[in-house]
Ligand binder design. Structure first.
Ligand code: COA
Length: 163
């Protein structure tokens, strides 16, 4: 049986830190689906479609990775699609409490589910989408932190908003 996992997140935008987890996660599973959550409470900079397009562009070199929107609960998506594995990245210790809460809540809602954690690579421990957004907002160089299509999208976005 194929081992399929999802990697959920807001991806506003996807960064090289996420790609590090994806590149390593795809070696563990036969298929990896990047699930782009609405993240309404975070008031994302990019629309769902824009975030999906950026993920698509960033993962095009990976043949067993795909992307899909996540409209509702993560466990509902997993049950509907008969998927049992959730991949998450751990950066610093500060991620741990939140990740534990997510993993336990999801496990309570769907007992077959297993959350698999990959430790972030050194270079990306302090990287986050909001740090990238802030650097780009002030016209800083984000080329080390995001794939080139994301860099271009950030430039376009902040040019449009008059930055
Ligand atoms: N490299 C770089 N940055 C990383 C990272 C990595 N490896 N891993 C996480 N991050 C960053 C993200 O960029 C994001 O940064 P930001 O907050 O500055 O924008 C931050 O860490 C957390 O983001 P993310 O991992 O995307 O998690 P999230 O909190 O946005 O998403 C969901 C959490 C989507 C998985 C969760 O809300 C969910 O499952 N939602 C669906 C609804 C649901 O089922 N809810 C019940 C859950 S119990």
């Amino acid at each position: 049986m194929k081992r399929i996992a999802v990697y959920p997140g807001t991806f506003d935008p996807i960064t090289n830190g996420h790609l590090d987890i994806i590149a390593r996660g795809r070696e563990i599973f036969d298929e990896l689906i990047i699930l782009v959550a609405k993240g309404e409470n975070k008031h994302p900079l990019f629309t769902m479609n824009e975030r999906i397009e950026m993920v698509k562009c960033a993962i095009k070199q990976f043949n067993n990775v795909s992307v899909s929107p996540l409209e509702g609960l993560l466990v509902s998506f997993l049950k509907e699609n008969n998927i049992k594995f959730v991949l998450r990245g751990l950066r610093a210790v500060s991620d741990f409490d939140y990740e534990l809460q997510l993993a336990f809540t999801n496990k309570n809602l769907y007992s077959d589910l297993e959350t698999v954690f990959i430790m972030s690579s050194n270079n990306y421990i302090f990287l986050s989408s909001s740090v990238v957004r802030e650097i780009a907002y002030f016209n800083g160089d984000v080329s080390k932190f995001v794939p080139s299509c994301v860099e271009e999208a950030l430039k376009r976005r902040f040019k449009k908003s008059g930055r």
